[in-house]
Design a protein around this ligand. Structure first.
Ligand code: N01
Length: 546
């Protein structure tokens, strides 16, 4: 617990969360000369990268661009060791950033926010924390930097409390590590996390059983150490890399081939997919422009990957179960892997299809399926994902000036203006909130853009003498409509089991939550909104122009 000094409870801004977003937001607020504090539930910085310590945890974006771009010296002084950074290396990077910019003195660690209530005039927020006696802070602006994938989704399986073994969620992995040597371990879930964890766990377990509800596509990561020459090359090229990222659809520094998959001849197409498969990584998506826009085009990539799975997995029955057929490649977040499919060639790894025979209950010995079959386990690992995008905000559940909570306002699903603000909740900014590109992009790119936009907005409010800002309900409605259209122009909403739609959380309203219109287009919209005097927002204050 951290004591907050009496008298140190009034701030210009309170930021919730000390991951990539909260750290940079604090840095920018200081630059504006504002008093700010970051409240962080964890004992250290890192956000996602503080909690996700499961075996095999590493980033799917490449290290040289999964980092901040705001400081050129920082870009040059930090050297990544692998093509894709492991969790400890990203955590070390964020620790370095916190130290380098002297951020820790304004971060209250081990401090859980238990409530946030807007002032009746909408010009400030009261924030309650669960520290010690429950300290209450007050600020003018409340900024959430809570991440999109931080609310762990543990399935509500009957009997979990009766399990005689240990159970874990990958997003809350014990910091001391978990020794699975010689144990019979079950993994539920084959999303990006499960696909990373399965090969790593299989190295140590006596037997690994993977419970798969939806078969998934995955591209080999082709991870490896970064050589000195490679590091020198990317450091020398950073300005160009950042330009490509800024102009891109996903904040990644690669350009999507503007050819249609259907225009290419069969051999040409196979060669292109083969080259992308050998190069590895998320760039596979960029092989043709219409992979996410046209079902027939998408099917060419989907079938190519199914062929590779059939090739890699020796047992035809297991291979057949691993073939994704109910959605197209990349219509759900595409994982990348290190020997995921190869792991099923081990004698000590079993794949169980829980789509055809669902998990019915947890019993003392393990998991019981509907058929009555019991899989005996010593440890159970839930790689079952997150209550994404809305979950972290709804867990805070701030209340607006009239007492309406966010949960009430979002009963039918989220509504935001630009993913940055919510009507009825003045002076609240939501970094990478729903209806912003967020999880469809390289996250640090989206985070920096949001933080910069919020900093610019706060500066504008100060310069114009305003102390209150609120999204206009009509602008918010129109933005929601534009989001639906942008998503419907792609194949993304067609993946029925996608967490982008909230389908992984029972009872969650089915709304496509990330903005699918592309990163560069979104940035232009945000820039135009600011340039046009914050179009779609109402601002006022004692000195504000009428
Ligand atoms: O979670 P997921 P994740 N019974 O929701 C299954 C990011 N990430 O943690 O598809 C049985 O994708 C569920 O099945 P289904 C990345 O954005 C980033 O893997 O719903 N199964 C699915 O197979 C990623 O997309 C990095 O039918 C159940 C799995 O659990 C996001 O995090 C690395 C179930 C959950 O997959 C989430 O990935 C890792 C049940 N009751 C992750 N409930 C980076 O590189 C759920 N499932 C930055």
């Amino acid at each position: 617990m951290v004591d907050i000094e009496v008298g140190d409870r009034e701030f210009d801004a309170v930021v919730i969360g000390a991951g990539f977003a909260g750290l940079y937001m604090l840095h920018r607020l200081r630059g504006l000369g504002m008093s700010a504090v970051v409240l962080e539930q964890a004992a250290g910085v890192g956000g996602t990268w503080y909690w996700n310590r499961y075996p095999g945890a590493r980033c799917d974006s490449e290290s040289y661009y999964y980092c901040y771009s705001f400081d050129r010296e920082l870009e040059q002084e930090w050297t990544w060791t692998e093509r894709y950074p492991r969790q400890p290396e990203i955590k070390a990077y964020l620790d370095h950033v916190a130290d380098r910019f002297d951020l820790r003195r304004d971060i209250r660690f081990s401090t859980e926010v238990t409530g946030a209530r807007a002032d009746a005039d909408g010009r400030g927020w009261t924030v309650e924390t669960g520290t010690g006696t429950g300290v209450t802070l007050h600020c003018r602006f409340l900024i959430t930097a809570v991440g999109c994938l931080s609310a762990a989704n543990v399935p509500d399986l009957p009997g979990l409390e009766t399990f005689a073994g240990r159970w874990f969620h990958t997003g809350r992995w014990p910091h001391a590590g978990v020794d699975v040597t010689g144990r019979r371990v079950g993994v539920v879930g084959t999303g990006s996390t499960g696909i990373q964890a399965v090969p790593a766990l299989a190295e140590d377990t006596a037997h690994l059983t993977v419970f798969q509800r939806t078969a998934n596509y995955s591209i080999p990561a082709r991870n490896g150490p970064l050589t000195e020459a490679q590091s020198r090359a990317y450091k020398a090229d950073y300005r160009h890399i950042r330009e490509v990222q800024a102009a891109s659809t996903n904040g990644h520094p690669f350009v999507i081939n503007q050819q249609s998959a259907l225009e290419a001849g069969e051999q040409e197409r196979t060669d292109a997919y083969r080259a992308a498969w050998e190069r590895g990584g998320l760039r596979f998506r960029a092989t043709y422009r219409d992979l996410l826009a046209d079902e027939a085009a998408n099917e060419t990539a989907s079938e190519f990957i199914r062929e590779r799975i059939r090739e890699i997995v020796r047992d035809p029955a297991t291979a057949e179960k691993l073939l994704p057929r109910d959605h197209g490649f990349a219509t759900k977040r595409p994982p990348i892997d290190t020997h995921y499919f190869e792991t099923y060639n081990r004698d000590d790894v079993t794949l169980v299809d829980v789509r055809s025979d669902p998990i019915e209950a947890v019993v003392a010995e393990g998991l019981r399926l509907r058929s009555g079959v019991v899989h005996e386990l010593d440890d159970l690992v839930f790689a079952t994902g997150f209550d994404a995008l809305t979950g972290p905000l709804l867990r805070l559940d701030p209340a607006g000036p009239d007492g309406t909570t966010l949960g009430e306002a979002w009963r039918a699903g989220p509504r935001t203006y630009l993913g940055l603000a919510v009507s009825g909740f003045p002076n609240l900014f939501t970094i990478t909130g729903p209806f912003s590109p967020s999880v469809l992009t390289n996250m640090p790119s989206s985070i920096e853009q949001h933080v910069d936009w919020i900093a610019g907005c706060l500066e504008h409010l100060r310069d114009t003498g305003a102390d209150r800002i609120e999204a206009d309900p009509e602008a918010e409605r129109a933005w929601g409509e534009h989001n639906r259209e942008a998503a419907d122009a792609t194949l993304l909403p067609r993946a029925a089991t996608s967490w982008y739609l909230g389908a992984n959380v029972p009872g969650k309203p089915s709304v496509f939550m990330p903005y699918a219109g592309g990163f560069a287009r979104y940035v232009t919209t945000c820039t135009d909104v600011a340039r046009e005097g914050y179009r779609g927002f109402h601002t006022d204050g004692p000195r504000a122009a009428a």
